[in-house]
Design a protein around this ligand. Sequence first.
Ligand SMILES: *Cc1c(COP(=O)(O)O)cnc(C)c1O
Length: 423
Amino acid sequence: MTPFVNTLEFSKTLDASDTLSGFREKFHFPILNGEPAIYLTGNSLGLQPITATLALEQEMKDWQNLGVEGHFHGKNPWLYYHKFLSQSTANIVGALPHEVVVMNNLTVNLHLMMVSFYRPTPKRYKIIMEAGAFPSDQYAMESQVKFHGYLPDDAIIEIAPRAGEHHLRTEDILAIIEKHADETALIMFSGVQYYTGQAFDIESITRAGHGKGIKVGFDLAHAAGNIELKLHDWNVDFAVWCGYKYLNSGPGGVSGIFIHERYANDPTLPRFAGWWGHKESERFQMRKGFIPEFGAAGWQLSNAPVLSMAVHNASLKLFDEAGMSALAKKSKTLTAYLQFVIEKSNLNLNIITPPVERGCQLSILTNDDGKEIFMHLQQNGIIADWREPNVIRMAPVPLYNSFEDIFKVGHVLNTYKLKSTAN
Ligand SMILES: *Cc1c(COP(=O)(O)O)cnc(C)c1O
């Protein structure tokens, strides 16, 4: 790769040779100061695809015109709606179509997966997770161990970075797994850490867990649609993610789950059941006795939230068109360019995201000026995000961010005057 140059012209040449640059036109951008914003918060809420409204209108129209008959005679019959999203979803996470289903919301799904895969025994009841996980995941783990009668402080083993470091070393994760193997029931990690942006070695963690008879699950909220995943090949037991971050499904949008195919037909695995997870061919016989549908679909509870899923599907189609590997490839260059312009700026910013094990997000640890720098970006048309106590996160998304965007970020950073020179 040619070395980066910190000029507008250079950023434009990168855009000119970017085969994905056209996807930018397929999204709505928020307007700041009368201009489309430079949007770096696709890690928090992805932008709206222009096709989302059309997809939504289709379902609204079928509802208007068909009422309940839309379940059978709609353009996309609602009865089978979840299936319309399975192949695209599988492409994104590296799964077989029957290993995934879109349903509910993320934290709900996390609990449902825990019902099936966190099966503590008096000897093996602990959960190993990263320290500083997203609060919802911490609360889910805490309430799950309590639900089974254990004390969180005893039952949850958190792995923290070494003193003076910001991210975890895989060797340390593997050492903790080894050390606590006999008492651990579940390893539960994020795929990409929401605060630091670290991408964990899902394959190695899974292999280490399985070597000790431990179930291994991942929360991919910040990984799905961000990094290339191969959940099936990596043998992950289960995973969950939300649709509204990199996957652009809209606020509170639907979530996805992955359950490895080895559990597809396993009736011994306990689960919380609902009618939509019942064997499809017999669902409307309304008989007693739950028989799960094959694969991840057998974990569904309720009939599909079609309006939310229609929006999600519009975005999934863009992912199909672009392809995850092309997106991941562009993403690496885009984020490397962001790192370059940040390092070129005269603000002495400290990027705590690992240089290699990462997705598109960079987390920048700031000093006294952090909040002001963040406000300065906002005043200059750049939407980044602020995480207490002192981190600015920027996530250039390959579907809709350009190299020119990144050049401008560097330029705006350079127009900020530091309050303290003791930086
Ligand atoms: C965004 C995020 C959530 C949010 O959970 P919801 O149930 O969708 O509100 C949970 N966990 C992680 C790791 C996240 O990044």
